[in-house]
Structure formats: structure tokens, C-alpha cells
Design a protein around this ligand. Structure first.
Ligand code: ADP
Ligand code: GLC
Length: 476
């Protein structure tokens, strides 16, 4: 079975968040389960691309926005990622450093989708499944069915995975000319609230859609930035499949990024050394329990709640703990966090920016990871945390509800809170401190967390079952 994944991100080529992790890992696991999975990304002028060899396998011209452009398809030479990686290169458009936030982002991703379709349409061997991730690839299912240019692709089953329903790829109808010629009587499939909405079009036109956790599938009908009715109507073709983690990349036993490797047997000594080095770097007291936050500094992650939380905890618990924050995002949140870190110099370490190595060191060195997310479709941070024996303290929402069991429940290993209020969170941190104080307890929870299996093996099987079901439908 040949499955092509389309995405804006794929670790280690291009990653901003969890989408990159998923698309860098799932195809690898699909491969080991016998599925010929590959990834087609836009070309980025980034480290991985600069340092690895690619060769051209195809080039042609396509049209988007009334403009004809040349595109090239490049293939990574060695297959070292565990799957075939293809990049679509367009001079001046798909040859940039950053992944998002260009003023002509719409053109960037439409050209990527159109070039991909043009290439596959002309290639002799068609894939069995096209798997699209998030809104950047959301026009593909519509164009496959409703553009005369791609009639040969109309019967290939499509899967669309929603990692984040907040961002939808909106486009005014005045920009319809950016698209290739489409069946105008089907234009309604592109529309949501008088706008072209790439995510909505994808949900309407794909054969099946998935969300990255079962709870998030339910939540989308209640809160999805305007698409609630659509998700309610289309629920029948949706499945919630929880993300896994790449246990090859995220493994405290041999992770080259951490200060000292450790196993479940040596977790206490291992974490102690990692914490010591991390605390040295940030000027924190290594003898105090360390609570970390890693993530995008945006409302979805509840990042703006951190300054008040840190103030309140340090007051309520008389400074008997430290915080460490790694993230970047909204300027206001960054500024507030900088003020907090200055105010509590001895208790709060802060790094504003993106640093993959530091993130691994924090998972390894911290005692707790706080996730005050408002919306969390799955969340990978809590899964990495448990893999490194770090206890997650999470708001009970989305994928966090599906993956973290509270200490007070059978099989529990984390701390959950129901309401996103400072008081509730301070209490949750209080429970964390109590658990830490009973040091034997902490040691056994660490071992328990490290024995949990969140690898992709199980979830990859669920995707394979879905692909098989769709291929059967195709054959009817
Ligand atoms: P999201 O995709 O919504 O950002 P996830 O929990 O799915 O959230 O995944 C976030 C991923 O990005 C994790 O791999 C996390 O370690 C990483 N990450 C987030 N912010 C940073 C940062 N500032 N530096 C390094 N890694 C980060
Ligand atoms: C999104 C979500 C996050 C999820 C990730 C990977 O960015 O915000 O919860 O884990 O995608 O699916």
C-alpha cells in the first residue's frame, strides 16, 4: 500500500510544533508495519535541507493565481529518515527559511498543493491513499474531486488529519483566481461563512477525517473557531486517533541531547544530574522541586496565565520551588514572562526562543511539567514528559484528558485539574509538591511513568485499519 503524507512540517526537516513531530514519526512506524509511506513537503532553506543531498526526480510547470510557474520535485538521497522524503521547490516561493508567517502564505501553500497534484496526476504509479495534515494541505481533497485538471486522481481515497482546528486557512472569495479551474457548481464545498475555508473544504471533501485524540473529536462540535456545525454534521466520517511518540528520538537511555542518560532503573540519579546542570545554567537551586513549561506562548496553551501562577505559587509555597519556561510566541506574553523572570530571578529561569536541545534537557531535568492548555488537540509534551520520568500537571482538556490519569485514580501517574483558574492550578502544584516531598512515592511514580508505552505502534495500526477500510470502499 502506497500512502503519501502532505504537510507543512516534518521533523527534523522543518518543525514548529507537534505537527512536525507527528509527520516525522508516523510514516516511519507505518513503514515498519509494511506500508510504503512517504512525505511530500514544501522545500525550505533550512539546516536539514542544506546539509543533506537531494536529487531532482521531476520538473514541470503548473498554474496558480493566473501565473504559470516552474516547480521541481526533489528526493532525499539516502532514505535516512526511515521513509522517502520529497520536497517541492519553486524559486522565490518554496525556497524560504521560515515555515509560516509570510504575507503571501496563501500563495505559498496553494502553489505547493497545486504542484503536488500536477506531479501525481502525471505520474504513472498513483498512491493508494493521500493523507493531508491540517489546513495547509486542505484544498487537495476538493481539487482532486472537483477540478477538471486532476480527473485521474478523483478516485484515490483521501484522509485529512486535524491537528489544530483553530487555524483554518481562510481566503477571501476575491482570491479564488489563485486556484486552478474548478467546477463552479461545487464552489459551495469551499465555502464557510462567505469565505474560502481550506480546513472546512478538507473536512467536507475528504473520504475520512481524523483528529489527534478522541476527546478532541467531541470538542470540535462545541468549540472549533466557527466550524462547530460542520463538525457536528460530518462527525460520522471522523475518528479520534491519539498521537504516539517516536521512542527512537525520545529516549532518555541514549538521547544525545541530555546531560546524562538514564533508564527506569537509574532514573533518580539520572534526573538529579540533569537537573543540577540545568539549574546551574539558569541560576536556580537544584535542591528544590522544578516545574517546567515548554511550548508556544499563545492563548491556546494558556501561556499568559503563567506569570500569575508563578507569583501565586511562590507566595503560597514560600519559594520552595523553581520554574523553568521555554517558549516563544505572542510579544505581550513574552514581555510579561521576562518581567516575571526578572522579579523572581532565583526561582524562575526563562528562555525565549526555540531550542530543540534545551527542550530535551528540560524533559530530562525537570520534576514536573505544567500544561495549562485551553485547547489541546493531543499534546505531545506530556507524553515526552512521562517518557523522561517527569510528572505532567495538566488541564483536563482534549488529548490531555485522554493521556494523563490523575494520581488519585487507578493506574494514575499525573496531576489533572478541571478549571483553568489560578487557584485550581496553585492547588495542583501543591499536590505536586506533596508528592515530591514523599520521596519514595516520587521514585515509584517515575518508574511507573517510564514503563508506559505511548509509542506510535498502536496508533499506526489504527491508521492502517482506516486506510484498509477506505481502499475497500474504493474497490466497490
Ligand atoms: P503544539 O503542536 O500545539 O505546539 P505539541 O504538544 O503537540 O504542541 O508539540 C509541541 C512540540 O514542540 C514538542 O515537541 C515540544 O517539545 C516542542 N516545542 C514547543 N516549543 C518549543 C520551544 N520553544 N523549543 C523547543 N521545542 C519546543
Ligand atoms: C497541534 C496541537 C497539538 C498536537 C499536535 C500534533 O499543533 O495543538 O495538541 O499534539 O498538533 O498532532
Amino acid at each position: 500500500m502506497d500512502v503519501i503524507h502532505l504537510s507543512a512540517e516534518c521533523y527534523p526537516v522543518a518543525k514548529v510544533g507537534g505537527l512536525g513531530d507527528v509527520v516525522g514519526a508516523l510514516p516511519k512506524y507505518l513503514r515498519s508495519a509494511g506500508i510504503n509511506a512517504s512525505v511530500v513537503l514544501p522545500y525550505y532553506d533550512r539546516k536539514f535541507v542544506q546539509e543533506n543531498e537531494f536529487y531532482e526526480i521531476y520538473s514541470s510547470v503548473a498554474t496558480a493565481g493566473g501565473k504559470t510557474f516552474e516547480y521541481k520535485v526533489l528526493k532525499e538521497k539516502t532514505g535516512k529518515l526511515g521513509f522517502d522524503l520529497y520536497l517541492i521547490y519553486i524559486h522565490g516561493l518554496l525556497d524560504r527559511k521560515e515555515i509560516y508567517s509570510y504575507p503571501d502564505e496563501i500563495k505559498q501553500f496553494i502553489s505547493y498543493q497545486v504542484s503536488f497534484l500536477d506531479w501525481i496526476n502525471q505520474s504513472e504509479k498513483k498512491p493508494d491513499i493521500i493523507h493531508c495534515h491540517d489546513h495547509h494541505t486542505g484544498l487537495v481533497p476538493f481539487l482532486m474531486s472537483h477540478s477538471g485538471l486532476y480527473r485521474d486522481l478523483a478516485m484515490i481515497p483521501t484522509v485529512c488529519t486535524i491537528h489544530n482546528g483553530q487555524y483554518q486557512g481562510w481566503l477571501g472569495w476575491d482570491k479564488v483566481a489563485y486556484l486552478p479551474p474548478v467546477d463552479l457548481d461545487k464552489a459551495g464545498l469551499l465555502d464557510w461563512n462567505n469565505c474560502i475555508n481550506s480546513l472546512a473544504a478538507s473536512v467536507k471533501c475528504c473520504w475520512s477525517f481524523t483528529t489527534v485524540s478522541p476527546t478532541y473529536l467531541e470538542e470540535l462540535s462545541i468549540n472549533s473557531n466557527g466550524l462547530e456545525k460542520l463538525f457536528e454534521m460530518e462527525k460520522g466520517k471522523g475518528t479520534g486517533i491519539i498521537n504516539g511518540i517516536d521512542t527512537g528520538v525520545w529516549n532518555p537511555e541514549n538521547d544525545p541531547m541530555v546531560f546524562q542518560n538514564y533508564t527506569a532503573e537509574t532514573v533518580d540519579e539520572g534526573k538529579k544530574e540533569n537537573k543540577k546542570r540545568l539549574c546551574e545554567q539558569f541560576g536556580l537551586d537544584e535542591t528544590k522541586p522544578l516545574v517546567a513549561f515548554i511550548g508556544r506562548l499563545v492563548g491556546e496553551k494558556g501561556a499568559e496565565l503563567l506569570p500569575e501562577l508563578i507569583d501565586s505559587c511562590l507566595k503560597s509555597y514560600a519559594g520552595k520551588m523553581s520554574f523553568i519556561i521555554l517558549g516563544s510566541g505572542e510579544a505581550e506574553v513574552e514581555t510579561e514572562l521576562q518581567k516575571t523572570a526578572l522579579k523572581h530571578k532565583k526561582h524562575c529561569g526563562l528562555y525565549i526562543g526555540y531550542d530543540e536541545e534545551l527542550s530535551h534537557r528540560i524533559y530530562a531535568g525537570a520534576d514536573f511539567l505544567i500544561m495549562p492548555s485551553r485547547v489541546e488537540p493531543c499534546g505531545l509534551n506530556q507524553l515526552y514528559a512521562v517518557r523522561y520520568g517527569t510528572m505532567p500537571v495538566v488541564h483536563k482538556t482534549g488529548g490531555l484528558s485522554d493521556t494523563v490519569i490523575d494520581l488519585s485514580d487507578p493506574g494514575g501517574y499525573g496531576i489533572t485539574f478541571d478549571k483553568l483558574e489560578t487557584g485550581e492550578m496553585v492547588k495542583a502544584i501543591g499536590r505536586a509538591l506533596e508528592t515530591y516531598a514523599g520521596s519514595n512515592q516520587m521514585a515509584s511514580f517515575r518508574k511507573k511513568m517510564m514503563a508506559l508505552d505511548f509509542s506510535w505502534d498502536r496508533s499506526a495500526k489504527e491508521y492502517i485499519n482506516l486506510y484498509k477500510r477506505l481502499i475497500k470502499l474504493h474497490a466497490i
